[in-house]
Unconditional design. Sequence first.
Length: 127
Amino acid sequence: MTEDPYSAAEVDAAVAALQDPERLAHARDVVAHAAPSLQRVLNRALLDGGWFADAHRAQVREVATVTDAEDRRQAIETLVAEETRLGMLVGVTVGFELAHELRAAREASSAPDSAGAPAPPALKPSD
């Protein structure tokens, strides 16, 4: 199944809709359920992307060796903020793909099997 790419306007509207806390309630529950597995996926994506390889270690060493306490505090805050943003962006990428996988699984489970019978409904996690 090929999907049309999302337009910038569609993405902007979807992001605006997510500002309603109730819109995130189900997603929050799903993420809480899947957190350990999602953490492994996120860690693998970060490692495979080289985000925490030599460049990361070099940045940590550089920050750790700043002699002035105030400059070191500011450098640490900047490094943490940059890594938080990076983690969020990689996390969104993983979430985007997770949504595609869930949709594909739902579509496959509702398609008739080779004998023409509908597939059984997908299992839903219990609360």
